[in-house]
Structures are given as structure tokens and as C-alpha cells.
Design a binder for this molecule. Structure first.
Ligand SMILES: [Zn+2]
Length: 571
């Protein structure tokens, strides 16, 4: 899963680019969340339930067992798989294990060339430490140090960029017509490097830049877009020291200095080759040395809201060296054809990401980030679902695709690749269930992300009760989890999707942060409860079965923001 740490609250999750500062306090959001109205779940049509289960479906349901779930987790999270990083040998072994299970259950291989593998083509870009960035001071070009002084937000698509640009200071770099605010007024930034400081006009007035809360104009990616739209060649953001109250420079470095992996031919990011740079405040001092206004003046006027754009009358020189690497990995796809001559053309997709983050900084001598909860657990659940459905005496009416996806940790890339290259037409893809992190947290229930958004919510609610669990409301709405795992790739295409997640309560979040994306997330994680995981997966089995057999496919709640996404994508 793709969670935000409290420490990183200021980093926006929608992609790997962009810094945002939340001016409001967590406490406000906590109390707002606690006051939230209970969600309304639209009702769905369900075939007869309980009697059905006890009779024909019992053997299938009971094949989902805690011992099997545990066994899969132990294998996938073993040290020998070295954290299943995208493109690694460990990930390859994990994919082989999953495909051999699919084979054992009799699923049809629907990957490439009669195999279970759908190749996923990725490219990795990393800024070389030999990259240069120089600032003109008194006619001399003074070099900055990569990582210590400057970071590259968006590595260019070419293998190298060597440019010289005249600088222009654009204050906060904001154009907001609704507030009659324009840092670009009467400026010609075409072909030049724009400098802006991170922040937005301070305000106590709710109606002006949302007062003490963050407005969208604070978002760094908005500022880069604004610079680009005004014709700038490069956008350079300068960090003000006050940002360090929320995140260290090391934290920012971790975010931007790592390699960036994307889909090789990503249609959704084509043309995003605008270069953007982030500067440390110390580099800010150098940048303004000898300019019309000093950096202290900039800092002061930024905090007072009187900051103004001006001509810098100096240059920067940049030589960015980009190391490119091609990576090939795979989604693993097994198919179970439906039994109804007509409805079998419709497909229900079950997803779980099997990748994790690999080997990293050692913690207590352990450098293998095993990813047991994240997401050997969901992958294990996916395999148990595949087995259970394959054991049904009568196949469900609709078809089912079991899809173990890769590169989720790199930004939901495996699932995004799938929806860009679907094995079955998206128009006939009726629902997605995503399994990401199971068997931990409050064992009395599950948090179902997307519960109010489609008829899947009602199915899932009844299935959860059927297995003796309860629905736990989302106590962490500020984490926006619905937007942050693989089902979201399907959601964006307008396919009703749901993520039945583990029972997380706000007070449990402190435990979560102890192991999330750390070497301690291994099969011995003390929070695992495989009996609870079994019930969770059984509930997904029941909901999946009902949906596959229902007369009508799932539908969005009228008025949901994704209701028309399918139609919009077709155009
Ligand atoms: Zn994760």
C-alpha cells in the first residue's frame, strides 16, 4: 500500500512529484473525521444468500484457510526473495510461485504466449551525481552540489540537458484569478528560468487562499504547470527554512533523489518533460547574492505576503545527466471462464500487488524489506480466492480474472499498465476487488474503501456480516486511501471498484508506522492474525460470487465523481 507518514503529510501523494504544505492542523481533521456523517450505502440486488453458502459453496468457502494463507505469506516474504523489488530476481520468483498456484487451481493462462505472464515494460530514470547546476554571482558561474544544494524534481526524458537561462523571480509563482492574484503580471518569462519560493500568500481570511488551510495553489506541481504554461523553460523552487519544521532536507532528498520508474510508453504522462529543480535555502542565499533583493528580504516579504516578482539580471547554467535503464517485469494473470453463455463475456477482476520495495537502509541490522503485510498478505488472499472459485461445483455466471500486479510501490504502475493494455475489454470489465494488506489491525472488522461509491459496497457489507465481521468506518479519511492502491487504476476508467482493507483504527495508526515499509514487516510480524485474514478473504469470496451471479452488473452511486469516467475515457 501507498500510505503517507504523518511526517510526510506535506508531500502530496498523487504521483511522485510535488510538495505541499498543509497549513491546517491534523487535530482539525481528526475532529472533522470523527464528526463525519455515517456513509450511505446504496443497496444492491443479491441472489439468495445463506442457504446457498451452507450447501453447494461450503467446500469452496472452506478451502480458504488460515494455514494456506500463512504458508503463502511465509513463502513470498522470505528473505531469499529480497523484498520483491520491481524488476528484481525476487519479484521474478514471486511471480513464478503465483503462476504455479494458478496452474494448480486450473486457471487459464491469459498472459503472453500462453503463459500467465503479462510483460510490463518500465523505464527507470536517475539523475547522475555528476550533474551540474551553476549560479552567476558577480559575473562568475558558481557550482552547486547535487543533492546537498539542488534536486531535480522531474528528470528529463532525454539522456542529458545542457542549458543556460536568464533568471526571473516570480514570487510564489502563483496565478489565481479567483483571488485576483498574479505573480506573472507584466512579466515575460518565455524561454527563461523562473524562480519561486515554496509557499502561498498568508491569510486569515477563509475566502482568500483558504485562510489558514492550504489552497491548491500551494501545491508545487500547480506552480510548475503555471510556469510551463507561461512559457518558462525551467522552474526552480526555493525551499524556505520554515519548511524544515515539517520535513528535513534529508526527507526531501529521499523523495526526489531516488530513481523514478514509469511505464515505458505511458500515454498518460507523454509530454511531461519540463525540467523542475528544488533548491536548499543555502543555495537560495547564493541565488539572490548580488540581486536587487536579498534572500532575507525574500523570506521576510514571503511571510508578510508582500513578496513581489522582479528581474534577476543573472544566469544559471545546468548540465543534467540522466541515467536510463529499461526494466521488464510482469503481471500474473489467471482466468476462470464464467458459466453463463451471455454473461461470461463480462469480467470481474481481483487484484493484489505482489511487489514490495526490495533492499534498503538497514534497520537493526536487517536490510531486507520483506513486505509480508504489504503485500504478501493480499497476494496470498488472491491465490486463496482463485482456489476457492475454481472449486465451485458450478462456475459463477460472469468470468473472473485473477491479476497479481507488479510495481504498485512505484506508483500503481502494474495496474496502470493493465488498464492501458487490457487482456479483456475494459467495456466488459464490470468490477474490481483489490486486496492490499490483510490480516492485521482490529480483527473485529474491515474498512471497505469505496463502500459508498457503488453497489459493491452493499454486497461487501452483507458478505462481511455473513462471515462474522463488522464494517469499521474509515477513521483516516485524510489518507485518501481510496485513491492510493491498484483499484484506483480501474476507478479512473470508470469501473466500479472496492478495496476491503484491514481494520485500522486511528489509535492503531501508531503501530502501523512501526512496521510500514520497514524490514520488520516480515512473516513474524506480531500483528498478523491468520484466522482473521481467513474471514476477510472469505467475505471477498462471497461478495465476488454474488456479483458474478447477479442479474445486473455493479453500478456507481448516482452522482459519484467517477460515474461518468468510463464514457469520458471513450471519447
Ligand atoms: Zn507499500
Amino acid at each position: 500500500m501507498y500510505f503517507k507518514f504523518p511526517l510526510l503529510l506535506l508531500i502530496i501523494a498523487a504521483g511522485l512529484v510535488g510538495i505541499i504544505i498543509f497549513k491546517d492542523h491534523l487535530d482539525d481533521r481528526v475532529s472533522a473525521a470523527n464528526k463525519a456523517e455515517p456513509v450511505k450505502i446504496p443497496s444492491a440486488e443479491i441472489p439468495e444468500i445463506s442457504e446457498d453458502i451452507s450447501a453447494t459453496h461450503l467446500a469452496a468457502l472452506q478451502s480458504i484457510s488460515s494455514s494456506d494463507l500463512r504458508r503463502h505469506v511465509v513463502f513470498l516474504a522470505d528473505d531469499s526473495l529480497q523484498g520483491r523489488d520491481t524488476g528484481s530476481r525476487g519479484a521474478r520468483i514471486a511471480a513464478l510461485y503465483i503462476s504455479s498456484q494458478f496452474d494448480k487451481f486450473g486457471l487459464r493462462p491469459v498472459g503472453e504466449n500462453g503463459s500467465y505472464y503479462q510483460p510490463v515494460y518500465l523505464s527507470e530514470k536517475k539523475i547522475s551525481a555528476d550533474s551540474e547546476f551553476k549560479i552567476e554571482i558577480d559575473g562568475e558561474m558558481v557550482p552547486l552540489k547535487y543533492k546537498d544544494d539542488f534536486l531535480v524534481v522531474t528528470p528529463p526524458n532525454q539522456s542529458g540537458v545542457e542549458v543556460t537561462h536568464n533568471l526571473i523571480f516570480t514570487a510564489f509563482g502563483i496565478q489565481a484569478s479567483e483571488y485576483e492574484y498574479d505573480d506573472f503580471k507584466n512579466l515575460d518569462v518565455k524561454g527563461r528560468a523562473t524562480i519561486y519560493v515554496i509557499g502561498e500568500p498568508p491569510s486569515e481570511d477563509e475566502k482568500y487562499f483558504k485562510g489558514s488551510k492550504a489552497s491548491q495553489f500551494l501545491n508545487d506541481s500547480t506552480k510548475r504547470r503555471t510556469a510551463k504554461e507561461n512559457g518558462a523553460a525551467v522552474a526552480i523552487g526555493v525551499v524556505l527554512p520554515e519548511l524544515f519544521e515539517q520535513i528535513s532536507w534529508g526527507g526531501i532528498q529521499n523523495f526526489y533523489a531516488r530513481s523514478k520508474i514509469s511505464l515505458k510508453n505511458d500515454v498518460s504522462t507523454a509530454g511531461e518533460d519540463f525540467v523542475a529543480i528544488i533548491l536548499h535555502p543555502d543555495a537560495g542565499e547564493l541565488l539572490f547574492a548580488g540581486a536587487e533583493r536579498s534572500f532575507s528580504d525574500i523570506k521576510k516579504t514571503a511571510s508578510e505576503g508582500t513578496i513581489q516578482s522582479f528581474e534577476m539580471n543573472k544566469k544559471i547554467q545546468m548540465k543534467l545527466i540522466v541515467e536510463h535503464k529499461q526494466i521488464e517485469d510482469s503481471n500474473v494473470a489467471g482466468f476462470l471462464e464464467g458459466s453463463d453463455p451471455v454473461l461470461k463475456s463480462e469480467v470481474i477482476v481481483f487484484t493484489a500487488h505482489y511487489d514490495h520495495v526490495g533492499i534498503g537502509t538497514p534497520v537493526k541490522g536487517d536490510s531486507i524489506y520483506n513486505g509480508a503485510a504489504d503485500n504478501a498478505s493480499g497476494t496470498s488472499g488472491l491465490m486463496e480466492l482463485a482456489e476457492a472459485f475454481s472449486l465451485l461445483p458450478q462456475r459463477p455466471k460472469r468470468s473472473m480474472l485473477f491479476l497479481a500486479v507488479t510495481a504498485e510501490e512505484k506508483g500503481l504502475l502494474g495496474s496502470e499498465f493493465y488498464v492501458q493494455n487490457p487482456i479483456f475489454p475494459l467495456a466488459k470489465t464490470m468490477a474490481n476487488f483489490n486486496l492490499d494488506m490483510l490480516g492485521i489491525g482490529d480483527t473485529s472488522g474491515v474498512v471497505v474503501y469505496g463502500i459508498e461509491r457503488s453497489t459493491l459496497g452493499d454486497m461487501m457489507t452483507r458478505a462481511v456480516k455473513e462471515v462474522g465481521l463488522e464494517i469499521i468506518p474509515d477513521e483516516l479519511p485524510e489518507q485518501r486511501i481510496f485513491y492510493r492502491s491498484d483499484h484506483f487504476s480501474f476507478v479512473k476508467r470508470g469501473i466500479p471498484s472496492i478495496m476491503p482493507g484491514f481494520g485500522i483504527r486511528r489509535e492503531w495508526f501508531a503501530n502501523f508506522n512501526k512496521f510500514y515499509h520497514q524490514p520488520s514487516d516480515d512473516a513474524n510480524l506480531s500483528y498478523f492474525n491468520f484466522g482473521y485474514m481467513k474471514k476477510h478473504v472469505q467475505a471477498i469470496f462471497l461478495a465476488g460470487l454474488w456479483i458474478a451471479d447477479a442479474e445486473k452488473p455493479p453500478s456507481w452511486t448516482p452522482g459519484d465523481e467517477f460515474e461518468n469516467a468510463r464514457e469520458a475515457k471513450k471519447k
